[in-house]
Write a protein that binds this ligand. Structure first.
Ligand code: NAD
Length: 264
């Protein structure tokens, strides 16, 4: 092994990935395990989380990130079952669709989405930071934001929540630097979480809706410079960078992994 390869080696580190049962979270869990970390995969769906954990030699637990007591217990259980907690990836998130014009968005939709995308990030970060500070060996918190945080277009509920995640990341980075805990945000662009290969882009958007805002997004996906949607592992590789000593001097950043989306 060359010397630089050791910089991404996560052997001896313990990671917790929320919402890891499928999609981007499963890709992140897999990438962290490939780099040597022991991974706790949590999700609302325990069976699916367990299948991911089994495939990567990790462990699984049921967790709803909106339940603050369950979150406290889950972070402590990760430390107790795997021996430490070094890396938290706040991946669990929901989109729930565009929701229509702002005057039609229900309180329920707003609260449901913000409770997962924002409250969940806060609860998990608070619990994990407490454990990392107690351990006294630094740590990493990686929050999954989105390109929509800085380039809105899928509705006020989701776009706003991801902007909040980005600013929470920066505030935590400032506060936790004194404890050797780096806090960064990952901003995925269009990432294929369906069956089969990520679709190619280019040409006419296939899914025009007639809604000008929705079609702007479809047009941008069609023009994505790299020519295809991301695979979840492409997000996972960026998380390995943010979790490893490759990024020792990196904190408080917003890292787009977007195939050029934000350059459009
Ligand atoms: N897929 C994309 O193109 C894309 C782009 C930008 C950002 N993101 C973000 O990436 C993250 C993962 O997205 P994805 O596309 O893989 O989603 P997904 O819907 O495929 O998977 C999300 C996972 O989170 C779990 N989950 C939902 N609510 C939860 C809760 N309350 N507690 C615990 N787990 C919960 C679900 O059960 C599911 O397994 C989200 O934060 C999303 O906003 C996705």
């Amino acid at each position: 092994m060359n010397e630089a390869a050791g910089w991404i080696d996560l052997t001896g580190k313990v990671a917790h990935v929320t919402g890891g049962a499928r999609g981007i979270g499963a890709g992140i869990a897999r990438a962290l395990a490939m780099a040597g970390a022991k991974v706790m995969v949590s999700d609302l769906k325990l069976e699916d989380a367990a299948a991911v954990a089994e495939a990567i030699g990790g462990e699984a637990m049921a967790l709803d990130v909106t339940d603050r007591q369950a979150v406290d217990a889950a972070m402590a259980a990760t430390r107790d079952r795997l021996g430490a907690l070094d890396i938290l990836v706040n991946n669990a998130g929901v989109y729930l669709g565009f929701g229509g014009p702002v005057r039609d968005i229900s309180d329920e939709m707003w609260r449901t989405l913000w409770s997962v995308n924002v409250d969940g990030v806060f609860y998990c970060s608070r619990a994990a930071a407490g454990i990392m500070i107690e351990q006294g060996r630094g740590g990493r918190i990686i929050n999954v934001s989105s390109t929509q945080a800085v380039s809105p277009g899928v509705g006020v509920t989701y776009d706003g929540s991801k902007a909040a995640v980005t600013q929470i990341t920066k505030a935590l980075a400032l506060e936790l630097a004194q404890h050797g805990i780096n806090v960064n945000a990952l901003a995925p662009g269009p990432t294929w979480v369906g069956e089969g290969e990520p679709p190619k882009t280019g040409g006419q958007p296939p899914n025009r809706t007639g809604d000008p805002l929705a079609d702007t997004i479809a047009d941008r996906i069609a023009r994505l410079p790299v020519g295809h949607w991301a695979d979840p592992m492409e997000q996972g590789k960026a998380v390995v960078f943010l979790a490893s000593s490759m990024s020792d001097f990196v904190t408080g950043i917003y890292l787009p992994v977007d195939g050029g989306w934000l350059t459009l």
